[in-house]
Every structure is written in structure tokens, then in C-alpha cells.
Design a protein around this ligand. Structure first.
Ligand code: PHB
Length: 390
């Protein structure tokens, strides 16, 4: 088999890249280790920046998003008995759209399939070969048969635990990392969201977040221990703990119901640089992880794909032009480091840290007090939340 761009991973990054390349007449093949049901069963992020919405529109997959996506002009931060609304629209002129990553993935798969794109599921043991040559290849096992896909370029969109990052030689790869001493326990339920905007809570028992997927589907999170046993969290226990942490008006009015999904996610900040080695380009979680507090993970994947599709399109459409390829890693990382900073800052401000010193606690209180009292601080949060420019 032969293609122009071989893509590892069928999450939003790989699918969006494949679709944007297709619209430019560039051929790609996606290899996915899992089944399509598995990919579509994952509950992930839900807040899209305007930049990402624009990319999905450009990719021709925004029709359902425009109908069903919920436009949010603000969000709330709660601490003690104080609740501060951050007016995104007023401070930035921009908004965010609540629309699940699962739905984005579904829309992209539909578009790729309608266009006759090649998506190979259950591709086992994917490996990269001849990366230093002009004809790198992806090898994999499909239905017990060994296959070889020769490519011009390879896009590693296979997530944090994917194989592609390992092909950047160790002596060239620099890793920057922070692992937080807690996780998030999240549930999805067929209930009316407690508020029509997101509520982020710093409570002395730990962080809590009220989010949603639709007017009838809620997504709630509470901070938990990183090694928490999911089995020990019945729905009743979750709702009780969530309500303790919410402002009383929300705790009293929240609609409760059975969970349809429940999971624990660790919190981590991680950056691998550079994001390119020879013919291999990393994008999304394969190269960086943010803690979910700033809602930046999916949006960073989209901005990586903006730069990668631009680089590949310039190469194929503009006489093998390589300047955008050469600056790919630098272009992505400039935005990534700032989103990492924002996500780290939101995480640090809003969580309960075990073994926090009195100085650290004082800093956290001062940070919140400043944010609640300063329009400038609120404008800064808003500017980052809606997404910095590409
Ligand atoms: C979500 O709805 O899953 C969500 C929203 C905002 C966040 C993180 C997750 O900051």
C-alpha cells in the first residue's frame, strides 16, 4: 500500500488532519489500534474554542455542531461563599461551544467514510520503518496478515500512550512533566444540568466542576485521590460528595439520576519537544498533556492540526515548500506552552493539595481573592479560556 500521509490514531487529531488533507486533494490513510465502537465509546472533553469550531467548519463537519452545540458566554468560579461569573464575551468578544469530543469524532468519521477515506481499525503492532529515508513506512498486523504502508510523511496522532513518540531518538527528545497528586472522578448522567454555564469550585474538601453535554445530559467531576478505587464510588456517594462541595443554591436544585458513565482520570502536565523528527510529526496528546482544568487538551490538538495541515498543504501545493514544516514544532510549542501555563495555573488555584504549606495556601487564597476583585485578572482568565490566537 502507498499513501502520501500515513496517520497513526483515529482520534480527533488524526481524523481532522485526514479530512483537511482530503479537501486539498492530498491522500492519507489512518491506522487505529482499537475498534470504532471503542473510539466512539470514550467520554472525553466538551469545551471547544472558536478556533477549533472554525477548523471544523473549514473541514466541512460543523453542521450538527452548529445545531446542537451550546454557546457559552461565561462561566463561574466559586470559593467559600463567593461566586464570581467570568464574562468571556464581555472581556474578549468571544465565546466557547460545549459539544462533546465523542460527537466531534462521530462527525469526522462520518465525513471520512462519506468521502471514501481509508480508516483501518484493529491495526495491531503498528511500527514506523525507514524514518530516515524519503519513503518511510508504517507496518502493522491486520487480520493476522503483516502489511506495509509506504508514505511520504507520518503523523503521530496516537495519544499519550501511543508508539509514535518513541521514534524520536532519545538524545533529541526533551520531556517536561508534572504529575499532580490527585485525580478527577467524573460521571455522565441523563439529567438537566444544574446551571446553564460551567461552575468551577474550590472547596476545602477538594475541587468540583459542573459541566454538561446537552440540555438533558450533565457531566460532573470531583477531585479524588489519584489511586482512588472506582468500585467504592456508588452514584449516591458521588452525588452526596458533589453536593457538599457546591454552593448551597446549586446543591439544593441539582437534579440527580443514575450515572451512564463513571471514570477516574489522573492529572498531568507533559510536553515532549521537538514535535518533529525527519518525516514524523507528532500532534495532540502524543506530544503534550494538560490537566483538564483549563479545558485545553482537545483544543491544543486542533491547533497542532492547523499547523500540520498548513505545512503538508504548502509542501504538496506549493512546489515542495518546506518552511512551514521546518517551523512546525516551534509554531505548535509557542501556543502549547501558554496553554500549559494556563492549565497549570487553573489547577493550582482550584485544587486541594495534600501537604500544602501555609505559604502555598496563602498564595492560593491571594490568587482567588485577586481574581474575584480584579477585572484585569478576570479578563486574563477569559482571554486564555476562549483560546489564544493560532
Ligand atoms: C467537560 O465537560 O468534560 C469539561 C469541561 C470543562 C473542563 C474540563 C472538562 O475544564
Amino acid at each position: 500500500m502507498r499513501t502520501q500521509v500515513g496517520i497513526i490514531g483515529s482520534g480527533p487529531s488524526g481524523l481532522l488532519l485526514s479530512q483537511l488533507l482530503h479537501l486539498e486533494g492530498i491522500d492519507s490513510v489512518i491506522l487505529e489500534r482499537r475498534t470504532q465502537d471503542y473510539v466512539l465509546g470514550r467520554i472525553r472533553a466538551g469545551v471547544l474554542e472558536q478556533g477549533m469550531v472554525d477548523m471544523l467548519r473549514k473541514a466541512g463537519v460543523a453542521e450538527r455542531l452548529e445545531k446542537e452545540g451550546l454557546v457559552h458566554e461565561g462561566l463561574s468560579i466559586c470559593f467559600g461563599d463567593r461566586r464570581q461569573r467570568i464574562d468571556l464575551k464581555k472581556h474578549t468578544g468571544k465565546v466557547v461551544t460545549v459539544y462533546g469530543q465523542t460527537e466531534v469524532t462521530k462527525d469526522l468519521i462520518d465525513a471520512r467514510e462519506a468521502a471514501g477515506g481509508t480508516l483501518i481499525y484493529e491495526a495491531e503492532n503498528v511500527q514506523i520503518e525507514d524514518l530516515d529515508s524519503d519513503t518511510p513506512a508504517l507496518t502493522f498486523l491486520k487480520d493476522g496478515k503483516q502489511q506495509r504502508l509506504t508514505c511520504d510523511f507520518i503523523a503521530g496522532c496516537d495519544g499519550f500512550r501511543g508508539v509514535s513518540r518513541r521514534y524520536i531518538p532519545e538524545d533529541k527528545l526533551k520531556i517536561h512533566e508534572r504529575v499532580y497528586p490527585f485525580g478527577w472522578l467524573g460521571i455522565l448522567s441523563e439529567t438537566r444540568p444544574v446551571s446553564d454555564e460551567l461552575i468551577y469550585v474550590n472547596h476545602w474538601r477538594g475541587f468540583a466542576l459542573c459541566s454538561m453535554r446537552s440540555p438533558t445530559r450533565s457531566r460532573y467531576y470531583i477531585q479524588c485521590a489519584y489511586d482512588e478505587d472506582l468500585e467504592e464510588w456508588t452514584d449516591d456517594r458521588f452525588w452526596d460528595e458533589l453536593r457538599i462541595r457546591l454552593p448551597s443554591a446549586a446543591a439544593e436544585s441539582i437534579e440527580m439520576g443514575p450515572s451512564i458513565e463513571k471514570s477516574i482520570a489522573p492529572l498531568r502536565s507533559f510536553i515532549a519537544e521537538p514535535m518533529r523528527h525527519r518525516h514524523l510529526f507528532l500532534a495532540g496528546d502524543a506530544a503534550h498533556i494538560v490537566p483538564p482544568t483549563g479545558a485545553k487538551g482537545l483544543n491544543l490538538a486542533a491547533s497542532d492540526i492547523y499547523y500540520l495541515s498548513r505545512a503538508l498543504t504548502a509542501y504538496y501545493k506549493d512546489d515542495s515548500r518546506t518552511d512551514h514544516m521546518d517551523s512546525y514544532s516551534r509554531d505548535c510549542l509557542k501556543r502549547i506552552w501558554k496553554a500549559e501555563r494556563f492549565s497549570w495555573w487553573m489547577t493550582t488555584m482550584l485544587h486541594k493539595f495534600p501537604d500544602q504549606s501555609s505559604f502555598d495556601r496563602g498564595m492560593q487564597l491571594a490568587e482567588l481573592d485577586y481574581l474575584f476583585d480584579s477585572e484585569a485578572a478576570q479578563a486574563s482568565l477569559a482571554e486564555n479560556y476562549v483560546g489564544l490566537p493560532y
